[in-house]
Design a protein around this ligand. Structure first.
Ligand SMILES: [Zn+2]
Length: 711
């Protein structure tokens, strides 16, 4: 439902908060204590259909716009697909061209392929645009698959960077992403198998040949390579493939075991293997500086690190020995990242130079690289952790990530992308149509289309509602299937309901996540309000015998919160971020006729919400342009003193959809260094080319370099 310019006063609260905002709960990760019976399971994507609302809109945008954009880009010269085609032609004895693009470009195509398969699992619900896009995706898949099948070497090896350059020695450089690319291929093949309901095994068989080749090549046996991948990912793929093989019958049991053992080998070999380069920087970059079980501090490349932590957590779910071995490291690493190394948006990895972690509390806003893939890796890690430890902090973190660190990767039109997600810019930032290293856009598409797997966890006796996303899901307690239909007005409003359908009444505990940002709340069952408070794990728990047609209503207030970082984050002293519900807000100069770096925002004033049907005024066929803006009073300085201004803020994900202009998440609470131009307009009879007197004391550059010789 859309409301035009509806204005509504809301409460303001001021909070000291950091990172995932889950400090309201006991949220130190503690997976060590979990027993086999206490392990939770994610309700998988195939059992959850996102049926309407905010993320249904984004799934439609993904299928109808982003995936066609991605296909067009990977089919271009250096986009990756030409390498798959040329490798196939080479193996067929046809004339072919050499390798083009970045050495890891195979992985971009594989992730597009994986996303295309997920797109075919989304119920079109009669939407003609979705149906037409799915038809085109299906036909493109059939065009690609024969090339994929022929591109693989006969021994199972599959990386076109080496296949098309036969003089190069395979596996000679652990940083050349061979295993990363093969991992993404295995994940794509699993998505294809799933989207055909197991009826088309062509890509799965190819993936098994890849995994068999790797299992024969790497390990501690005679003639095997005791070596690790420089960019982690293969571990996750092998664990997924192992789980599928366990369901395929006796012939696959050995493979299932071999693949999970290989994943464990790649993890446990880090920090200790033959031929390890004598290069400490590189070790840290790909977390090879010590055995994983001893790692307590997140270092190096943020995507590699978090893919590895995810694999450690996923392996812990299926391997009791590894659960014990990794428990302390996972707990320390999670606390380190969550409490000291992430931005309010959930973004991690601030360093432009190596896309990685810095020291604790070193979180400069103007250098907040925050690769989209690092935000996605954080989601994967937290989803895996949530199975080991029934604490709502992981779900709170995933919510912060998806809305803030990840979603703003894409523009409203679905055809331009951010790789980096900076929290501030003086000059404004624009998304690119594609990238030479295009890891982020297809990582976004595969995440949005598999978002159903983040909504629920389940045990034998409890259902955990992690995310409030409109969906229909199938779960079961014992032999009793239960259908859950959730309606949610998130992220704009905190209310919604769940309706349960089942043939016979059944006992289980329904655990609703108490959002870390929520103010007051009400929960009703069949119209009767319950007296509930969040337990020590952050859940609102309702244990009872549930019956067909039971309705649970929830309503969490969404006060506007001013969230500050601890004083250790020195760049944020005197600044605040603004959050409402799951959304972190930002100011863009296009909405504010004062300089957003220097005006102040009043955290004690009343904010108003203003609904807009389309932020940029453009037609909105996918429904992604409608949102609440926030209006909050503040002050700016002028030659008479100060004057009142009104800040206009928009959700951070919606930034950079209109003008290229200054933008900031952190806003001043107190006046910063005053600028001369606010009191007088400087002029000069001569300026150096490209310079201007207005640059004088603008806070953006050292005046000493340019102005000391001037009166
Ligand atoms: Zn990326």
């Amino acid at each position: 439902m859309k409301h035009t310019k509806r204005i509504l006063a809301v409460l303001l609260t001021s909070t000291l908060c950091f990172g995932c905002c889950s400090a309201a709960f006991a949220n130190d990760a503690a997976p060590a204590s979990v027993t086999e019976a206490e392990l939770l399971r994610n309700v998988p994507t195939e059992n959850v259909s996102i049926t309407s609302g905010f993320f249904r809109d984004y799934q439609r945008l993904t299928i109808c716009q982003i995936i066609p954009t991605a296909i067009a880009n990977v089919e271009k010269g250096t986009g990756g697909m030409p390498n798959i085609i040329n490798a196939a032609k080479m193996h067929r004895g046809e004339s072919y061209s050499g390798f083009s693009g970045a050495l890891y470009v195979d992985s971009d195509v594989h992730k597009v392929l994986e996303s295309m398969c997920y797109a075919l699992t989304i119920d079109p619900m009669g939407d003609s645009a979705v149906l037409a896009a799915q038809e085109q995706i299906r036909s493109k898949l059939e065009e690609w698959i024969p090339y994929y099948l022929d591109a693989q070497d006969t021994n199972g090896y599959f990386d076109t960077y080496y296949i098309l350059q036969p003089s190069m020695t395979k596996y000679s450089n652990v940083n050349n992403h061979e295993l990363y690319c093969m991992g993404h291929f295995i994940e794509a093949a699993l998505a294809h198998y799933a989207c055909t309901d197991g009826t088309d095994t062509r890509l799965l068989e190819e993936a098994i040949r890849v995994a068999d080749h790797l299992a024969a090549t790497f390990g501690t046996g005679a003639g095997q390579r005791k070596q690790i991948p420089g960019h982690q990912e293969i571990e996750l793929a092998l664990l997924k493939l192992s789980l599928l093989c366990q369901t395929l019958g006796a012939g696959y049991a050995e493979k299932a075991q071999a693949y999970s053992q290989l994943a464990a080998f790649f993890l446990d070999t880090r920090g200790d293997y033959e031929g390890r380069a004598v290069d400490c920087d590189a070790w840290i970059h790909w977390q090879d500086h010590m055995p994983v079980a001893q790692q307590t501090e997140a270092v190096g490349h943020a995507v590699r690190a978090q893919y590895m932590y995810t694999a450690m957590a996923e392996l812990s779910c299926v391997d009791p020995a590894r659960r014990t071995l990794y428990a302390s490291a996972l707990s320390s690493l999670w606390n380190d990242v969550t409490h000291t190394k992430q931005y309010v948006t959930g973004g991690v990895g601030h360093s432009d130079h190596m896309e990685g972690f810095s020291t604790s509390y070193d979180l400069p806003n103007d250098k907040s690289y925050c690769e989209t893939c690092a935000g996605i890796a954080n989601m994967l890690w937290n989803r895996a952790m949530s199975k080991l430890d029934p604490t709502s902090a992981y779900a709170n973190q995933i919510e912060t990530d998806i809305y803030n660190a990840v979603l703003g990767c894409v523009n409203f039109d679905g055809n331009k992308f951010f790789y980096q997600n900076y929290l501030t810019s003086d000059t404004g930032l624009t998304r690119n149509s594609w990238y030479g290293t295009a890891c982020c856009p297809p990582n976004l598409t595969r995440t949005l289309l598999s978002l159903g797997s983040y909504i629920y966890n389940i045990s034998d006796t409890a259902l955990y509602v992690n995310q409030y996303i409109t969906n229909e899901a199938q779960v079961a307690f014992g032999d009793t299937p239960v259908q859950v239909a959730m309606n949610s007005n998130f992220p704009n409003k905190g209310n919604g309901n769940l309706t349960l359908s089942m043939d016979e009444a059944t006992d289980f505990t329904l655990n609703l996540r108490m959002p870390a940002w929520a103010g007051s709340f009400t929960v009703k069952v069949n119209g009767t309000a319950l007296r509930l408070s969040a337990n020590e794990k952050g859940w609102l728990s309702i244990s009872r015998t549930w019956s067909d047609g039971d309705i649970i209503e929830f309503d969490f207030s969404m006060p506007v919160r001013f969230e500050k970082t601890p004083d250790q984050v020195t760049t944020n002293i005197g600044y605040t971020a603004v959050r409402r519900g799951p959304l972190v807000y930002c100011a863009e100069a296009v909405d504010n006729d004062f300089r957003i770096r220097y005006a102040t925002i009043d955290e004690t004033a009343e904010a108003t919400l203003v609904w807009t049907d389309s932020l940029d005024g453009a037609a909105d066929p996918y429904g992604v342009r409608d949102l609440y803006q926030l209006k909050i009073p503040g002050k700016k300085q002028n030659h008479n003193g100060t004057e009142v201004v009104t800040w206009t803020l928009i959700p951070f994900y919606a930034r950079s959809n209109r003008a290229q202009c200054a933008m900031s998440v952190y806003l001043p609470l107190v006046f910063k260094a005053q600028e001369l131009h606010q009191f007088a307009t400087p002029t000069a009879s001569y300026t150096y080319p490209g310079d201007s007197p207005l640059h004088l004391n603008d806070g953006s550059d050292s005046p000493a370099n340019r102005w000391t010789s001037w009166n």
